[in-house]
Structures are given as structure tokens and as C-alpha cells.
Write a new protein. Structure first.
Length: 110
């Protein structure tokens, strides 16, 4: 099946810095909606459906995970101290199949 890349999405580059520790529930939901809206405006199916039928009931969890990881968080290495990183939503790309369904996320971390 033919796959293509969408993004990066200019709408996401304008988002302010995000700190999960101080963000309100509305801040988190607004950021999730911004990711979903950016995907949808570019022809991707951001709600886990294909031909109007649900195909991935956990798709919203993907967007939630991206948003949560866009806040600085620690990762651990085999040696050395932990690193603080975040997903840079401004670099987010979505690989989609012929139906417009997201099959992979591509992004940078900083």
C-alpha cells in the first residue's frame, strides 16, 4: 500500500513551551486538539477511523502520548546521568497509508 509523509505542521510550530507539571487539564486537551486539528487540516484521519468505521480505538492515546512527551521529561541511559528531553511537536510528521490513516510518527527530540 502506498505511504506518504505529512508535515511538519506550521500550526504546531506556534505552540508555546509546555510543562506538564504546571499545565492544566484544559492546556493538555487544547494541545491534543491542536495536534488533531493539524493532522485533519492536512488530510490525515486524526480519529482512528477509516471509511467512517473505527479501526484503532486507541488512536487518541497516540496523540496524548505525543503531547505528554512534548513536556521535558527524563530518559535513562546505560551509563551517565539521565537526560532531560522533549518531543519537538514543531518537527512532527505523520506517515499515512493510502486511506489517510496514520501508521507512523516521525519527530525530533531535544
Amino acid at each position: 500500500m502506498h505511504k506518504r509523509l505529512h508535515g511538519p505542521f506550521s500550526e504546531l510550530a506556534a505552540l508555546p513551551d509546555f510543562d506538564l507539571e504546571t499545565a492544566s487539564d484544559d492546556d493538555i486537551l487544547d494541545r491534543m486538539a491542536a495536534v488533531s486539528d493539524a493532522l485533519e487540516s492536512d488530510g490525515c484521519k486524526p480519529n482512528g477511523t477509516c471509511h467512517g468505521a473505527p479501526r484503532d480505538a486507541d488512536f487518541g492515546d497516540d496523540i496524548s502520548e505525543l503531547v505528554m512527551r512534548s513536556s521535558p521529561h527524563q530518559i535513562f541511559r546505560e551509563s551517565g546521568p539521565p537526560l532531560s528531553v522533549r518531543v519537538k511537536l514543531e518537527t512532527l510528521q505523520a506517515e499515512v497509508d493510502g486511506e489517510g490513516e496514520v501508521v507512523a510518527w516521525i519527530y525530533e527530540e531535544s
